[in-house]
Write a protein that binds this ligand. Structure first.
Ligand SMILES: [Fe+2]
Length: 457
């Protein structure tokens, strides 16, 4: 029996429970034999029968069929490796204008690296084909893109110029191997080479966050999505706007809130709290939050730092440490560009120092991990999935995706062994973790196998 079809069957039963339908009642409404529907739910039916069932469910019920068809795990025991040769086979060269107006001048060569259907990122190897003679951000040979929907973390290899534009102002920074940057969605940017005799490339990890995962709703609401935006660049204004949002949801006017506060003997000035220009004190936020049955964090936004629109981190300024300890130096780790806006975005430049590192003192994380071998040494990767140990080699320019909560280690085979590592969350972020932790049964979340009520003695 296909594990995937069994999971989809379980998901169909979960949706039926949400719709308060039994197999019998659903079979009548969908016009599907009850025995067939039971097979679909059990995971015994064919893929075509499963698709037909989901199609009929979407036709009859107000549901999103694409929510039911799960993602098929395309990894082997929690990991997926893409070989350098496979990456080379995906090579695409794109032209961009040059200073003379020619449109057929190459700008970038793109290659795919390890990607999985389950991973939140789309990591690309991008070679800079446009060579510049200076680091002027207004250089007419530099063509900025229009910015994009995905966040981007970039790792630099070789003499690469990084350009970006924020609020109409253009910048250029000279980058070298081991440098990194973070780019906020939709800020324009570009990359060029400073030396045609050297390799100049970037590893660009673009990924979607919660907004990406809300895309279906955002498309449906159109321009109304502006109402969801608060002034993230001013925390006092953001708190007032969030307070107004919670009051609207509670059907509470300013007068209602004042009356409620008086009744509960809470001393707050609601007009002041709703005034975006006033400073909100911690105890004021605490009191209004308790009055509205929300947490104080529901009224706050991470403080805005103007230098976090684009974060540039040079290797010389990285935090560097030995892992797991100074007395057991298996790896040298440099922390790359960070932003408080994306607390679950981590990236590292890792030097593998030993040739026989054990898994138990390796790495383990609840985030999705991307790995690229940018050094000269073959690297032995060991990992554990379902209590079984596996191993494979990651040769230079090979890349790898690792699912959350897979333990792994790297050992170098010869020479310098260098890895670029990037991590971020999928749909399961801190907010999802908190909600999941409140559930009384977690196992049933991924293997629903019963109706929401029992009708047998
Ligand atoms: Fe980009």
């Amino acid at each position: 029996m296909s594990k995937f079809l069994k999971l989809v069957g379980s998901r169909i039963l979960s949706e039926a429970n949400d719709l308060k339908r039994t197999i019998t009642s659903m079979s009548q409404e969908l016009g599907i034999e009850e025995s067939m529907l039971q097979s679909v739910v059990n995971g015994d039916a064919s893929y075509e029968d499963v698709l037909h069932t989901i199609g009929m469910m979407e036709k009859i019920y107000p549901i999103d069929a694409s929510d039911i068809l799960l993602i098929e795990d395309d990894c082997f025991e929690g990991v997926k490796i893409m070989r350098s040769k496979q990456s080379t086979e995906t090579s695409r060269i794109f032209n961009r204008l040059d200073r003379h107006g020619s449109t057929d001048r190459p700008y970038y060569e793109y290659r795919d690296t390890a990607m999985s259907k389950l991973a939140p990122f789309k990591p690309e190897w991008i070679k800079e084909l446009r060579v510049v003679e200076n680091s002027d951000p207004e250089n007419p040979d530099v063509v900025y893109n229009n910015g994009h929907f995905m966040h981007q973390i970039t790792f630099f290899i070789g003499p690469v110029n990084f350009y970006w534009e924020v609020n109409g102002e253009k910048f250029c920074e000279e980058m070298n191997t081991g440098d990194s940057c973070y780019i906020t969605p939709y800020w324009k940017h570009s990359f060029t080479s400073r030396d045609k005799s050297k390799t100049a490339l970037i590893l660009a990890i673009t990924f979607g966050g919660d907004v990406r995962r809300s895309q279906k709703e955002l498309y449906a609401y159109g321009s109304r999505i502006k109402n969801f935006v608060v002034n993230s660049r001013n925390s006092n204004s953001a708190t007032s706007e969030l307070l107004n949002f919670h009051m609207q949801n509670e059907n509470l006017s300013i007068e209602n809130v004042s009356t409620l506060a008086q009744k509960k003997k809470i001393n707050i000035d609601i007009n002041k709290l709703l005034d975006p220009s006033t400073e909100k004190l911690h105890h004021e936020k605490e009191e209004i939050a308790s009055l509205l049955n929300i947490s104080i964090s529901d009224l706050e936004i991470t403080s805005y730092l103007s230098d976090e629109e684009v974060v540039v981190t040079h290797r010389s300024n990285c935090q560097e440490y030995k892992y797991p300890s100074d007395s057991n130096q298996q790896y040298k780790i440099r922390s790359l560009a960070r932003t408080k806006k994306m607390p679950l975005l981590k990236s590292f430049d890792i030097s593998v120092l030993m040739d026989n590192n054990d898994i138990s003192s390796g790495f383990y994380s609840g985030l999705h991990t991307y790995i690229y071998n940018y050094g000269e040494s073959d690297i032995l990767v060991r990992w554990v999935s379902e209590s079984t140990e596996f191993e494979d080699y990651l040769n230079p320019n090979d890349s790898m995706y690792i699912q959350p909560f897979i333990q792994y280690s790297f050992s170098k085979m010869s020479g310098e062994a260098n890895i670029f590592c990037a991590r971020t969350c999928g749909a399961i972020n801190i907010s999802t973790m908190k909600e999941l932790s409140y559930f009384s049964d977690v196992e049933r979340v991924y293997q629903e196998n019963s109706c929401w009520f029992n009708n047998e003695k």
